[in-house]
Design a protein around this ligand. Sequence first.
Ligand code: IVH
Length: 610
Amino acid sequence: ALPTVRHRTPMLSLENVMNDEELREWLARIQKAAPEGASVPFSVEHKMDGVAVSLIYEYGVFSMGATRGDGTEGEVITDNLRTIRAIPARLGGGAEPPLVELRGEVFMSIRAFAEMNARRGGEGRLFANPRNATAGALRQLDPRITAERPLEIVIYGTGALEGLPQPTQDTLFRELLPRWGLPAPRFYRRAANPGEILDTYRRTQAERDGLPYEIDGLVIKVDDLELRQRLGARSRSPRWAVAFKFPARQATTRLLDVELQVGRTGAITPVANLEPVPIGGVTVARATLHNPKEIERKGILIGDTVLVQRAGDVIPEVLQAVASRRTGSERPFRMPRDCPSCGHEIHFPEGEIVPYCPNILCPAQVMGRLRHFAGRRAMDIDGLGEKLIEQLVEEEGVATPSDLYHLSLERLAALDRMGEKSARNLLAAIDRSKERPLARLIHALGIRNVGEHVAAVLARHYRDLDRVAAAGAAELETLHEVGPTIAGAVAEHFAREETQREIAALRAAGVRMRDEGVGADSPPPEGLPLAGLTFVLTGTLSRLSRDEAAAAIEARGGRVASAVSKRTSYVVAGDSPGTKLAKAEKLGVRILDEFGLEALLAEGPRAKEE
Ligand code: IVH
């Protein structure tokens, strides 16, 4: 359903080499094409495992973005790419060459991917890996949905350029991209010989698990432009570059049994018990099977030989059964009727894929919520680990996060493996957690669809939990990066009576609920000329980039939202504005052109209105 476009220069792919020997053969061919005895410099980059895109900037303005497609023609995804924060609407440094065609990879960090999938668990629409999730996000017909996905980009090359000479990798990464405000690959080395390339390959492979994003190898490129020309291309891939692949992180092993895990939201996940198998240096004995329907759909039987995949340090997953290895002794998995933690009957909601335990007092859920609340990336309560939470729930009747703030020294010290000193330390840690910034508190509340990033967006905008709670779905939806799903989930969460009770209890216990002071978390400074006004930007401004305009508005206390509503104070319309302008006209929202905005920025709203 997306329109297509012909690429100005074809988007080629890369030939693979799989081992040292193949790499050396490739290098020898390059050396043959180079002048006798010349040393050939290479660039060595991470091969990002994401989705290739092409970006066009005309006279410095981002005008079109497309997928690779078949290499000749791709799909136009301009509006979706505009939602990626790292893609500026305008090249920085005042650059206005007639045409810049950039090539890069859109991807999701492993952490953001895992968080997003965990949030989607309840909705039963899991993505298999960050690459599929990225591809799905880029092909959305509604850019607001794309905006909710944690997409990033790096630029690794150029296509057609007008008004600029073709750069080397080094010039592109170190000069052009920094000046233009576009992200270069985070990993980039120059290598002068095969030894250095192989060394980087080994080192990168050892570091692979710790990387924040998925890579499937290295890309080795000849950096010398003349030599590139001389080497040329085959029909689908250049001769001057090659992908030096890593082994896939998959292995087969036996599925011994399936266990059920109950999460903090009550969602029930089947987990595979596996015959331990090494995958890329880590022994894997458990893997997620996602949900019962998925087991059925894939036809996986207990006792099957299964294909298991691991990515970064997230939970491995079972991909499929190897049916050809069946012996006849396999048996199907039967979903039990009752929750393995509390015995309550499991619910299978109509039209949803993930079964859940509806008992909010279910110990597994209570423990999951406490674990999440105390987690390092939430309220960060040092020393409140798994075992201790179990004891607190089972022996001390702790049922909600606010209960943590009423624990006594005597009771804690009397717990198994505790003692007075650790009890004191824990109480001090619990006390310290009362002062966490609002973003952490919002994350800690465990709202569906709200991970760390969205929590930070909400905190930055509202600075006060009560204001988040009062916002309502329609208003929330006008925030950049908050779409209908998130807005609905937040509004629904705060409308619940048990949420209100818990927030009152946290407040009474002395937990801080607003951000004060200066910095990113500070409240809108009173007395600034644009305080209390909300702006929506649309179209292209000629003298400011969108980011510059937004920064100027925010510096004067105003807010910038992505969608127009009755509450919008001004719509700023540049050249070729979108539907936002029409909507503003319909709703009677005041409209400014670029000069109107500049006057407002210089003099404040009163000067404009008089
Ligand atoms: S250069 C003409 N550099 O790998 C050379 N590609 O199989 C084009 N990729 O479609 C590619 N990281 O999506 C290049 N640092 C990098 C890359 C990279 C990931 C992807 C790209 C391309 C595929 C090639």
